[in-house]
Structure formats: structure tokens, C-alpha cells
Ligand binder design. Structure first.
Ligand SMILES: Nc1nc2c(c(=O)[nH]1)N[C@H]1C(S)=C(S)[C@@H](COP(=O)(O)OP(=O)(O)OC[C@H]3O[C@@H](n4cnc5c(=O)[nH]c(N)nc54)[C@H](O)[C@@H]3O)O[C@H]1N2
Ligand SMILES: Nc1nc2c(c(=O)[nH]1)N[C@H]1C(S)=C(S)[C@@H](COP(=O)(O)OP(=O)(O)OC[C@H]3O[C@@H](n4cnc5c(=O)[nH]c(N)nc54)[C@H](O)[C@@H]3O)O[C@H]1N2
Ligand SMILES: [Mo]
Length: 768
């Protein structure tokens, strides 16, 4: 009988071989399956697996919790679950009673694994809410700047994503797609919460075959796979300047759709006055933009010609454009420019927020309103914008700005993380590692010895999705899949649900937490509850039939999705949730915040680090998403190694930049700046523009003090800058970073990233 598993990178059939070995096979409905899944096959019970609860030796020995020793460089003691549950429960009680619940940080950002029931963060939050609450985090690393900015402009952001105008509409109606940051197929392999069929390649290829022209505006050619597309080579972090110039010349040529602006928008005059340079005397024209963007003036003018010739233009802005200094501006500028073209909400036209950033962007599917484990209410109001974690730890009780208000950082004494890896996702890791020493206790649920585990005090080992039953129901995909357990929990690991049941029991609220339901009963509850939430329930078989069939698909809508179509058809009946009910090209609210780094309309701000601010030695480092894995997940597996050279991250360097630095192809280099340094292997190419370099993320942090390297494996976050996008959103700015590169002449240090720390006192020998 077939068993299925769903992951963020696709659904697979799974077979078990021997005790803890599996093989994954493509899902029958997926024409373009991802190879990422196979990365788990060989690591379920290798040495990187955490098989027992662990407590850090220095933490155990410290009587006074201020003397906890250096996290990340310590031995661990293997303990029983009984001991681990008791220790964690006692610790939560102690911190709560001594400092209050706001001193517990459980923002716990991260992707965890797919599967609606065993979603680690949901369980962590549900559990902590029963203890009285915790300090939480707002927004994502993916696109925080857009999550805060776009609701001011369009009334919403998050809920628009699954409504993105679909490839079907583009294929039929578009003439031109301008993609800022490209449309990288590698990213479309992923979908948060799981997916059934990959659609991006087919979507893009069909559109191209139907004659739609594609323009890839990016420092990297590989951001668009189409051979006959145009590549506009742009300096990173300068797209806003290019968009301003497009606006300038569209206005100058009197090609602006005034009807649209009048009917659907407010505040255009203030924006265009800025573009024309009415106040500052600077016309934001092609010449001005060329000096900033590095895009030839003629190419900018040619872009305008192409846009004005096109019957329908779709503008796609990659999520990466939000992960840069002033990352609010590219989205605001692009929306404004799309308004000037007047095609928002029309077939094949308008704006798309990152086609192929994930599989759902452009997919023509019916959304499933899925139920999930209720998280309860958090009585603690203290929060941080997600990427302010180091600053929070550094500056307890100090104020920060966020979206128009001033708040104070809490004083954190205990961190609990489940389902995310800050040593992957956060910027300036050396700064974070220092700040990370401050709390008295750090607890995590993890399944592998990554840097988060090594930097924790108490580790509760969890299972992978293959070691439990679950259900894939995602609001971003039309498939529903029963995810069947294929092997028993490896070692002494437990599901996150069982872990929190154990802790809840210790703290006396097990019944409230579990509602007396086991895994199977919860999955059934999620299924039935989801079914009741659908307008049309006829596609949902009864639960018994579902368990037999194991998966089904909600049929796709007959008509292509069209973002904001309702509003465009009838703005009075379907006003936007903005103060004016219209698109706010100028936002009085944002202007009233009086921020120096985010004004009342889209504007060009110089990024804190970018090519124009650098001397010749420095290069702009991008750190985009990896092709063969999701973030740091399965980095220890076989598939992720395809992207590496000699087991290290690859750094892509332009031919001439490499020659100037005496760097040969496929050779080790040291990449460094004032924040840190890492080792990587060079890939010399002409597919990356001069002055720019790229290390895809995901290599597990592997410090090497002997060679004076923050990471000998190639984790780019030892180099990136930890600063908020602006006072508005305080989003992360990984893509604004300057580095130097030089050949690495020392002997290649041995990789230790996947090695467990020293583990002492095996349970059997010593009954701890
Ligand atoms: N330089 C740079 N940095 C970036 C970015 C960038 O572009 N450049 N991108 C950013 C973005 S967009 C994002 S979204 C973040 C991603 O950052 P994260 O989401 O934190 O990265 P993941 O590696 O997916 O972390 C998931 C963790 O959950 C664990 N896990 C998996 N399944 C389970 C489970 O069932 N239970 C539990 N308890 N744990 C589980 C995995 O082992 C892993 O450690 O990174 C950000 N960081
Ligand atoms: N295979 C794989 N797919 C993934 C993920 C993964 O880890 N692996 N992560 C998923 C997640 S969590 C997210 S949020 C999405 C993110 O989706 P994106 O944000 O689209 O991902 P990136 O790969 O960081 O960026 C895409 C491209 O933008 C370009 N770029 C960077 N800065 C600039 C700029 O200033 N201007 C222009 N014009 N281009 C720029 C880079 O060349 C980069 O290759 O991807 C998702 N998909
Ligand atoms: Mo993300």
C-alpha cells in the first residue's frame, strides 16, 4: 500500500527500507517534482540526529544562572524524558514567577515542517498560552517590509498573495512581464505548508511560448531560466531608482492613465512632483537613474518604449526586494508605477508580488480555508518585529519604533524555539551569538544537531514528519494529503505534540492542552473542521474514504485569478481597507509618523551598504535562497551537497572581479567584512554583474577560531547586516551587504558543521 508524505517542497510516495532508511518517489500528480525531498533519505538516524533529550553541561553546573558558560561551545549531557520534562517545567515556572511571562520569548520564527497538525510553532504557542503567555514576534523574514507597508497602500498584503493573477491570465492576455528580481524557478519548488503539483515551470514556459516577452531585471542572469528573455543588469538595491525613471518618462510622454489614477487612487500629485524634482530640484530621469542603477540610459528609455508598445504589462516584484535597506520602497514604487499604467485588476496586467517566489504565486487554484490547532489567547502584549531579536536581547527596556508607535523591548530571561533556526535566518550572526549569551535559559525542540541545538541549554528531540501521521491542508494549495507515518520515532525522539503534552502534564494542564485527543483524533478533527469551512464541501470525501484514498484535489477554478479585480470592477462596492478606500500612492498615515526613512509616498533612499557607497575593493553580497534545499533544512543530506564545492558554499563572482583579486575558478576564498568572515569556493561566471557576488543561504554555521573564520562552511549570515528596513516595518535587510574577497591560502580546515558536540553520561550508564 502506498504511503505519502508532504513537505514544503512537494508530496512524495515513501517506502521504508530496513529500520530507519527511506526512499522518496515522485507524487503521481506532480509533473515537475523537486529533488529536494530525497535529501532526507540518508540522514534520519545518522550522527547528526539528536536521539535523546540533552542538557548543556555548563547550564547544569551553573548554580547561579548568570554563570552559564559560552553557549555554542559546550558539551551536553544525555538525560531521560522524565528529567527533561521536569527540568523544563521547573524552569518555565521559575522564570514566570520571578520575572513574569513577558520575559519568555517564543517568537520562534521559522518554517518547521509541513503538516497541519504537527506544526511546531502552533503547539509551542498553544502550550505557552496556558502558562500565561509570552513575548511574540510580528511579521516574517520573507517580506516584513511589504507586510507592514502594503496594507497602508492596498489595504492588505498577506491575503492578496494567494489571489495573485494566475499564469493562465498572463498567458492569454499579457504582452510583457517585467520581473524585478526575476522569476527564479528554484524558489517555486517550495510552498509553505506543502504542495501537490509544481506549476511554475509550465506556467512560465506556456506564457513565453504564447509570445509573452519577459524581462529579468536583476544582478543575476539565473533569476530567469528563459533563453529568449531580456536581462537588464541592475545594481542590487537600486530598483526604486529605475522605477522612478520609468515613472518620470511615462509622465513626460503623457502616457499616464489619468482615468485610473482618478478613479482608484489618491495622492498621485505628491508622488509625481517628487519624481519631477519639484522640491529637491532633482529630476528622477533616466540619466539620474543610470548613475545609481548601473543600467545604461538607453536601456531605460528602451524599457519605456517596450512598456508603451505593450498592450498589457505585468510587473512582478520579487520578495527579495523587501529584504534590503528601505525594503518598503520597491513595493510601493512598483504599485505606484502599475497605477500609472492603469492595468491593475485587468487580465494579464497590473502587479504581482513575486511570481515563483513559492509555488502558489501564479497558481490558479481554489483556496482551502483550513482549520488548525487552536492556539488560544496570549495575554502578554509584548512583541518585537521578528528581525529585531539581537537588539531586543541587547537593549532590554529600551524603546523601538514600529509602524507608527513606540514600544519597549522586554527583558528576556528564557527563550523557547521550536521549528525555526535563527542561526540560519538571522543577520550578523556574530552579533547574535553575543546577545544569545544573555538569557538564563534557552530551550529548543529540534531533530538535528544544527547550530540552534548546539547553542541551546535544553534540547527536546523531536521526530521528523516521516515518524508521525499528519495531514497536508494548506490555504496555498489545492491538494489534501494524508501524511502517513513510515517509521517509528528515531532514538528516543517524540513528536512536538507529545513533547508539549509531557510538559503540560508536568505543569498540571494536560487535559486543557490535549483536549483528551490523540494524534489521530486531532487529524480527524482538523479534517472535519476544515470541511465545514468550505463553501462547496462536495469535493471533501468522508473521512474514512479520505483515509483510503489518501489524497484528493479541489478542482481549479474555471476562470483565471485576477488580483484586485473586484475593486477595479466596482470600487464603491468593494473599497480597499485603506483610509480612503482607494490605492494610497500617498499615505497621510505614514506621513504622520514623521519617519526620516519612510515618507508619505514611495521615494529613493540610499541603502546603508551598496555598490555606490563602496570603494573598489568591495563587492555587494547577495545571499539568495538555495536551489537544493529549503533554508538550512536537510543541509546535512546528500542533495544539498550538489550546490557545494568540497562541501562548502559556492560564491558566484564576476569574471573581471575575480581576475582583479587573483581568484581562480573553484578555489577557496575568504569572504569578509567588519562583521565577520567565511570560507567559500569560487564559481567564476559572467552571469553575475560586476561588483556583485552571491552566496546562497543554508550552510550550517561552523565557526573556526583557529583560522580566524566566523564560518568555515560558508554561512553568509556571518557577513550580513542586522538593521531594520526602516522605522516603519523594521524588516531584515540581508540583501544590503558589502564584502571583500581574497584567495584563501591556508590548508582547508575540516568541516565540523554536521558533527554532534561531545555528549557525556549516556543514560544507561548514569541515571540522570
Ligand atoms: N542572508 C539571508 N538570510 C536569510 C534570507 C536571505 O534571503 N538571506 N531569507 C530569510 C527568509 S525569507 C526566511 S523565511 C528565513 C528562514 O529561516 P528558518 O525558517 O528559520 O529556516 P529553516 O532552516 O527552514 O528552519 C526550520 C527549522 O525547523 C526544524 N524543523 C523541521 N521540522 C521540524 C519539526 O517538525 N519540529 C521542530 N520542532 N522543528 C522542526 C529544522 O530542523 C530547522 O532547524 O531565513 C531568512 N534568512
Ligand atoms: N529552493 C528554495 N526555494 C525557496 C526557498 C529556499 O530556501 N529554497 N525559500 C522560500 C522562502 S522562505 C522565500 S521568502 C522565497 C523568497 O523568494 P525571493 O525573495 O524571490 O528569493 P531570493 O532567492 O532571495 O531572491 C531572488 C533573486 O532576487 C535577486 N535580487 C536580490 N536583491 C535584488 C535587488 O536589489 N534587485 C533586484 N532586481 N534583484 C535582486 C537575487 O539575484 C535573487 O536571486 O523563496 C522560497 N523558495
Ligand atoms: Mo521566507
Amino acid at each position: 500500500m502506498n504511503k505519502y508524505t508532504s513537505t514544503h517542497w512537494g508530496t512524495y510516495e515513501v517506502k521504508r527500507y530496513g529500520k530507519n532508511r527511506v526512499k522518496l518517489y515522485p507524487f503521481e500528480d506532480d509533473k515537475d517534482p523537486s529533488i529536494i525531498g530525497q535529501g532526507i533519505e540518508d540522514i534520519l538516524d545518522d550522527e547528526s540526529r539528536i536521539k535523546h533529550p540533552m542538557i548543556r553541561k555548563g547550564w547544569l553546573n551553573a548554580k547561579d544562572k548568570d554563570l552559564t558558560g559560552l553557549r555554542g561551545d559546550d558539551e551536553f549531557v544525555e538525560v531521560s524524558w522524565e528529567n527533561a520534562f521536569r527540568t523544563v517545567a521547573t524552569e518555565i515556572q521559575r522564570v514566570k514567577n520571578t520575572y513574569g511571562n513577558s520575559s519568555i520569548y517564543a517568537g520562534s520564527y521559522g518554517w518547521a515542517s509541513a503538516g497541519r497538525f504537527h506544526h511546531a510553532q502552533s503547539h509551542l504557542k498553544r502550550f505557552l498560552n496556558f502558562t500565561g503567555g509570552f513575548t511574540y514576534s510580528k511579521n516574517t523574514y520573507s517580506f516584513a517590509a511589504a507586510e507592514v507597508l502594503v496594507p497602508h497602500v492596498l489595504g492588505d498584503f498577506y491575503n492578496y498573495l494567494p489571489e495573485t493573477t494566475s499564469w493562465q491570465s498572463i498567458t492569454k492576455n499579457s504582452s510583457l512581464v517585467i520581473a524585478f528580481g526575476g522569476i527564479p524557478l528554484k524558489n517555486g519548488q517550495i510552498n509553505a505548508g506543502g504542495l501537490g503539483a509544481h506549476v511554475q515551470k509550465e506556467g512560465i514556459n506556456k506564457a513565453a511560448m504564447n509570445g509573452v516577452k519577459f524581462i529579468n531585471v536583476s544582478p543575476l542572469r539565473s533569476d530567469l531560466h528563459l533563453k529568449n528573455s531580456t536581462w537588464v543588469k541592475i545594481n542590487p538595491n537600486t530598483d526604486v531608482a529605475l522605477i522612478m525613471a520609468l515613472a518620470f518618462h511615462l509622465d513626460e510622454a503623457k502616457l499616464v492613465n489619468k482615468e485610473f489614477l482618478k478613479r482608484y487612487t489618491v495622492g498621485y500629485q505628491k508622488f509625481i512632483d517628487y519624481v519631477r524634482g519639484k522640491k529637491d530640484g532633482i529630476a528622477k530621469n533616466a540619466r539620474w537613474a543610470s548613475a545609481i542603477t548601473g543600467v545604461n540610459e538607453k536601456i531605460i528609455r528602451d524599457l519605456i518604449l517596450q512598456i508603451s508598445d505593450a498592450k498589457r504589462t505585468m510587473i512582478s516584484v520579487s520578495w527579495s526586494l523587501t529584504r534590503q535597506d528601505h525594503g518598503e520602497q520597491p513595493f510601493w514604487a512598483a504599485i505606484t508605477f502599475a497605477c500609472m499604467l492603469g492595468q491593475i485588476g485587468l487580465p494579464g496586467g497590473g502587479i504581482g508580488f513575486g511570481y515563483s517566489a513559492v509555488n502558489s504565486m501564479g497558481n490558479n487554484f481554489n483556496n482551502i480555508r483550513g482549520a488548525s490547532v487552536p492556539q488560544g489567547t496570549n495575554n502578554i502584549k509584548s512583541f518585537i518585529p521578528v528581525a529585531r531579536i539581537s537588539e531586543m536581547l541587547e537593549k532590554p527596556n529600551q524603546p523601538f519604533e514600529y509602524n507608527g508607535s513606540t514600544y519597549n523591548y522586554p527583558d528576556i530571561k528564557l527563550i523557547y524555539w521550536a521549528g525555526g533556526n535563527p542561526f540560519h535566518h538571522h543577520q550578523d550572526l556574530n552579533r547574535m551569538i553575543k546577545a544569545w549569551q544573555k538569557p538564563e535559559t534557552i530551550i529548543c525542540n529540534e531533530w538535528c544537531w544544527n547550530s540552534l541545538a548546539k547553542h541551546s541549554d535544553i534540547i527536546l528531540p523531536c521526530t521528523t514528519a516521516l515518524e508521525r501521521n499528519d495531514i497536508m491542508i494548506s490555504p496555498r494549495d489545492p491538494y489534501v494529503v494524508y501524511m502517513e507515518k513510515v517509521l517509528e520515532p528515531v532514538g528516543n525522539s517524540k513528536t512536538d505534540f507529545d513533547i508539549f503534552c509531557g510538559l503540560a502534564k508536568e505543569l498540571g494542564f494536560l487535559e486543557k492542552y490535549s483536549l483528551n485527543k490523540n494524534e489521530e483524533e486531532w487529524i480527524k478533527w482538523i479534517y472535519e473542521e476544515t470541511k465545514t469551512r468550505q463553501n462547496d464541501q462536495s469535493f471533501f470525501p468522508n473521512y474514512k474514504n479520505f483515509l483510503e484514498k489518501k489524497w484528493f484535489k479541489i478542482p481549479n477554478p474555471k476562470e483565471p485569478k485576477l488580483l484586485l479585480n473586484d475593486f477595479i470592477k466596482d470600487p464603491a462596492a468593494h473599497p480597499l481597507k485603506t483610509p480612503s478606500g482607494k490605492i494610497e500612492i500617498f499615505s497621510k498615515n505614514i506621513e504622520s509618523f514623521n519617519y526620516s526613512d519612510c515618507k508619505g509616498h514611495a521615494a529613493w533612499f540610499e541603502p546603508v551598504e551598496y555598490i555606490k557607497k563602496s570603494d573598489k575593493r568591495k563587492l555587494h553580497l547577495l545571499s539568495n535562497q538555495p536551489r537544493y534545499k529549503l533554508h538550512s533544512q536537510l543541509d546535512n543530506g546528500q542533495i544539498s551537497q550538489r550546490e557545494k564545492l568540497f562541501g562548502r558554499s559556492v560564491i558566484e563572482i564576476n569574471k573581471e572581479d575575480a581576475a582583479e583579486r587573483g581568484i581562480k575558478n573553484k578555489s577557496p576564498v575568504r569572504v569578509f567584512n567588519e562583521r565577520g568572515s567565511c570560507l567559500a569556493f569560487s564559481k567564476i561566471s559572467s552571469n553575475i554583474i560586476r561588483g556583485v557576488t552571491n552566496i546562497s543561504t543554508g550552510a550550517w554555521l561552523d565557526p573556526d577560531p583557529e583560522n580566524n573564520l566566523s564560518c568555515k562552511h560558508g554561512n553568509p549570515n556571518v557577513l550580513t547586516l542586522d538593521k531594520g528596513t526602516s522605522q516603519l516595518a523594521q524588516g531584515p535587510i540581508a540583501h544590503s551587504c558589502l564584502v571583500e574577497i581574497e584567495p584563501f591560502y591556508n590548508e582547508l580546515p575540516k568541516l565540523t558543521a554536521y558533527k554532534p558536540p561531545l555528549i557525556i553520561n549516556k543514560i544507561k550508564k548514569n541515571k540522570l
